[in-house]
Design a protein around this ligand. Structure first.
Ligand SMILES: NC(=O)c1ccc[n+]([C@@H]2O[C@H](COP(=O)([O-])OP(=O)(O)OC[C@H]3O[C@@H](n4cnc5c(N)ncnc54)[C@H](O)[C@@H]3O)[C@@H](O)[C@H]2O)c1
Length: 295
């Protein structure tokens, strides 16, 4: 099925038309993932400018684009929230929490009543915490509220491995203990000689490197969200690492999930060592503490 065939009848709303929101809109437009794209931003001037610019690109798409009011956006099938304070150079994700919590609260309030079958995608950071907050405040079932999680990090990892192994990103199922064509990644000669800690750090640092160089990241996350939208509209049930509520750890964390028209269908927990489980538990505890006021 072509990307074009996915668009039939679906409507997507993007809240926040800054670097990330406008790039997501452009990626979704180019892939015709929905029939109609609504864009909303507190800054009405910027929002109108982005819509007019996107409309110029729509001649090679089957998607129509327009400005949407918060209420219109609340009735979309897929609602993407990018409205948020941008991460400043050197700022940690946690320092963004308070600024972005206030914005999210006001965005969710404006969208109400949200279409009961809508899938809400959180992009603004820190994504696990905002996903937890949106699960509590949106009124939607938790499986319909997801965050982009570590999908982009996983794409970056696969991109780095592609360079080493000369195989397509889509044939690499990371991280380390996973496989390429059924062969464990760590058993490849090219990988055995790698400093895996350094390689993992490079992947984790890439967002900061881009922010240092150009002030923000936008294209990678745009491609990621267009892919999530396709999974939803086509009910693909692809397994992707996303932020979701993990009953096992009692927190919103990024784990591989199958994603379809109803949102998260199942969580696929990988085999984990005791050391890895302890690391996840400690992340879960930090996330739980940050979310405690919403539980
Ligand atoms: N999940 C990821 O991998 C990922 C990647 C890149 C960026 N981000 C995050 O995405 C967010 C946005 O980044 P950006 O570079 O687009 O920032 P930006 O400053 O360019 O855009 C944010 C936009 O949100 C708008 N906005 C603020 N409050 C609003 C409200 N209440 N209603 C509607 N619009 C509102 C602003 O007017 C602005 O246009 C940040 O939190 C950033 O950290 C996440």
């Amino acid at each position: 099925m072509t990307d074009h065939a996915a668009s039939n009848g679906n409507r997507m709303a993007i809240i926040g038309a800054g670097s990330v929101g406008s790039s997501i809109a452009f990626a979704c437009l180019m892939r015709s993932v929905v029939s109609e794209l609504l864009i909303n931003d507190l800054d009405k001037k910027v929002c109108e400018g982005q819509v007019l610019d996107l409309q110029d690109a729509a001649f090679i798409s089957s998607t129509k684009v327009r400005v949407g009011s918060p209420k219109d956006c609340g009735q979309a099938d897929i609602i993407v929230i990018t409205a948020g304070a941008r991460q400043r150079p050197g700022e940690t994700r946690d320092e963004l929490v308070q600024r972005n919590e206030d914005i999210l609260k006001s965005v969710l309030g404006g969208l109400q009543p949200i279409k009961p079958s809508a899938i809400l995608i959180l992009v603004a950071n820190p994504v696990n915490i905002l996903t937890c907050m949106a699960q509590k405040l949106s009124g939607l079932p938790p499986n319909q509220v997801i965050g982009t999680g570590t999908f982009l990090d996983s794409i970056r990892f696969r991109g780095a491995m592609k360079e080493r192994l000369h195989v397509s990103e889509t044939s690499i199922h990371g991280p380390w203990r996973q496989a390429v064509g059924g062969k464990p990644l760590l058993s490849f000669e090219e990988i055995k000689t790698l400093d895996t800690t350094k390689e993992a750090e490079n992947v984790a640092r890439k967002a900061y490197k881009i922010i240092d160089l150009k002030g923000a990241t936008s294209f990678g996350i745009a491609a990621v969200v267009s892919e999530l939208a396709l999974c939803i509209t086509l009910n693909k049930l692809s397994v992707i690492p996303l932020s979701t509520y993990c009953d096992r750890f009692k927190a919103c964390l990024s784990f591989p999930v199958s994603l379809g028209s109803n949102g998260v269908q199942r969580i696929v927990y990988p085999e984990m060592s005791q050391e890895e489980i302890a690391l996840v538990e400690s992340s879960a505890e930090i996330t739980r503490q940050a979310c405690a006021k919403y539980l």
